[in-house]
Design a protein around this ligand. Structure first.
Ligand code: AQP
Length: 342
């Protein structure tokens, strides 16, 4: 079966955007694919992290994966820095990707802001590491949110350029012409881009200074109810057709969140709530969010009570990941001409 790779940064507790945009699809893909889900700690340090917090965030994100439905037996769960091949291949890709490609990355521009001279060089080459994460397993399917589309495109360009640049050597070693497959983004479901609760035109994000802009996976029922109640909408009742959500970003976002949480479509939500005002819809949405998220938060707490067990689980995952990545990295070295003395 096709191999799936995806990851999240252990920089924050998960929010609803991460969960609905990515993790729900991760869980589903386990049914049909071999899946590798990584806690990408090397990506996290592109922005400075407090070492103690980073360590605990790695465990917390691991617990969130499992509590959210990733099965650590069926899928491979591990933290990125435990498998050296990620960083090794990223270096090779630093030498394949072009400055011009990275200069076009909108996420870098957003994160670097005006202070471009003063951000880490790691933040700039972040997409090369992401390409390495995927390709070091020759993964073909990458379930992510909409915001990662451009990075995936870059990963495809890197794979393609590597295959071309080393075509002769690849053939000489008897490897398949498509040495690296071109990975495909899987951006599906009703919530590929969950928007901020404060501004329906901005994506829900952990870096938004207002905690009211997002629902965190670990928010309790009161916090969720309050955030939903304060979510910015408009005074009109909900329409009964999708058409009627045009130009109503706040309303559309809440309908999308409801649909994703309920596992249905926006159309179905509107068929049920069309004509009703937000005074009726918001409490229903809050109840649904609590019903879906509370069991996950409870399970996370239970898992985090035993950090040694989480560490052991990550160690087992890293062993399984290395068993796939290391032989591929050896092939890369042979193709590039990096001598492997033995
Ligand atoms: N708002 C969102 N809607 C849908 N999917 C989203 N993702 C993130 N935000 C949304 C998806 O979640 C995964 C986690 O990626 P990450 O750990 O790299 O987190 P991130 O993208 O840095 O998270 P934020 O909150 O979006 O961070 P900032 O605030 O730094 O921009 C990815 O699959 C992503 O697409």
């Amino acid at each position: 079966p096709h191999r799936v790779f995806s990851g999240m940064q252990p920089t924050h507790s998960l929010h609803l955007g991460n969960y609905l945009g990515a993790m729900v699809n991760w869980v589903k893909m386990q049914e049909t694919h071999d899946c590798i889900y990584c806690v990408v700690d090397l990506h996290a340090i592109t922005l400075w992290q407090d070492p103690k917090e980073l360590r605990s965030n790695i465990r917390e994100l691991t617990a969130a994966y499992i509590a959210g439905g990733v099965d650590p037996e069926r899928s491979i769960i591990f933290n990125q820095s435990a498998v050296a091949a990620h960083a090794e291949l990223a270096w090779v890709f630093n030498c394949v990707a072009r400055m011009g490609w990275l200069n076009r990355m909108t996420q870098f521009k957003e994160k670097a802001g005006k202070d471009r001279e003063n951000v880490s060089t790691g933040l700039f080459v972040y997409p090369n590491l992401m390409a390495a994460d995927i390709l070091v397993y020759r993964a073909t399917h990458v379930p992510v949110g909409e915001d990662q589309k451009q990075h995936l495109e870059l990963a495809r360009n890197i794979a393609q350029k590597f295959n071309n640049d080393f075509a002769e050597s690849i053939a000489a070693h008897g490897f398949a012409e498509e040495f690296f497959p071109l990975p495909e983004p899987f951006i599906t479901g009703p919530a590929t881009r969950v928007m901020s609760l404060r501004d329906g035109t901005k994506k829900m994000s952990k870096s938004d200074p207002s905690d009211y802009s997002r629902i965190n996976m670990t928010d309790d029922a009161d916090a969720i109810a309050q955030k939903v109640r304060k979510a910015r909408t408009d005074p009109e009742p909900l329409p009964s057709e999708l058409e009627g959500l045009k130009e109503r970003a706040g309303a559309e976002n809440l309908v999308g969140i409801y649909a994703a949480l309920a596992g249905t479509s926006k159309e179905a939500v509107l068929a049920e709530y069309g004509g009703q005002g937000f005074a009726a819809f918001k409490p229903a949405l809050a109840d649904l969010a609590v019903a879906r998220l509370a069991p996950i938060a409870d399970e996370m707490r239970r898992l985090l009570a035993d950090p040694a067990e989480i560490d052991a689980l990550l160690a087992r995952g890293a062993d399984r990941a290395r068993a796939i990545a290391d032989p591929i990295m050896d092939e890369v070295k042979d193709v590039v001409g990096l001598l492997r003395p033995h």
